[in-house]
Design a binder for this molecule. Sequence first.
Ligand code: FES
Ligand code: FE2
Length: 359
Amino acid sequence: MEVGDMAYLRNCWYAAAWSEDLQPGSLLARTLLDEPLVLFRDPAGRAVALDDMCPHRLAPLRLGRLLPDGRLQCGYHGLEFDATGQCVRNPHGSGRISRNCRVRAYPLVERHTLAWIWMGDEPPDEDLIPEFAYLDPGSGHDVGRRDTILMRANYRYVVDNLMDLSHASFLHDGLLGNAETVPAEIKVHQDGPYIHVRRDMYNVQPPLLRDLLFKRDGAAVNMWQSIRWSAPAAVLNDVGTYAPGTDREEFSGQLGCHILTPETADTTHYFTAAARQGPLGAVPDEGEEALKARIAELRRHAFKDQDDPMLTAQQENIRRHPGVSPVLLEIDIGPVRCQRALDALIAAEQQRAAEDAAP
Ligand code: FES
Ligand SMILES: [Fe+2]
């Protein structure tokens, strides 16, 4: 079986949207895990996620409108729903509302400037929301653009991509890696729900993004990439650059999130934002805001213009050759560990569901 055919892990938190993209008074239509949803804020500002389907004639609620009192009015015949998904007004006839006239509402929690959704049937557990504290206001980090990119590949191929950053030397040659960053010490370890893959590279020419964040003199550097995965697909990348022969605490680098939510089996919402870290780093000639904007553009270019076409074409080949298994290399140790951990969680979840369904 190839990964696109596998079930989703459901009893976990997926990023549904950046909090800032849920604007009061507007509807955000978004498909997650093959389910079309409509997201909005209630009058108290709480984020809400409902199935995007009216129970009357199954019209999409995204074509309706939010009323000033916070109700969502279906755009077809005007039934009104509250934030729990209950129909609370039928403007027709006697106004009677049957008990099953309701829409499924999903638990949605805002944390780390993202709205996280729970799409499983088990009770939601907020302790399972992955940690991305650097995104929090007041964290001391100056976070750049909070970007959302639609990748035209299954989310598990994006996990493989992120958890083996050796590809930066080839697919992002000059920007995030180069020929000198191919040899690297790779270390993998697990702590609790997190799997970490660390690559250290010594005395190498800095790729463009590293040079921009460091001394901007093109001199050889030592670099690390330390990337952390947790299920189902939340990734934090900690990168740093320091001068050979100096203390690695005297570094300049970046924290970046790469949080993936399946849209469908073939497409993925990719939530990403980066912040500079470390005591070093040249004061940019163009100013901090201009540098942040430039880095956000370079990151989007790497993910959308370089990773996405490769993953899309890779997915087409995998679909075309369903019986062919990949020939794995030493660099695949991180992705393999993560995919196995995810497989085990999905299998355990399916086992619990089967036991619950048993007579
Ligand atoms: S389809 Fe929504 S009110 Fe008729
Ligand atoms: Fe990449």
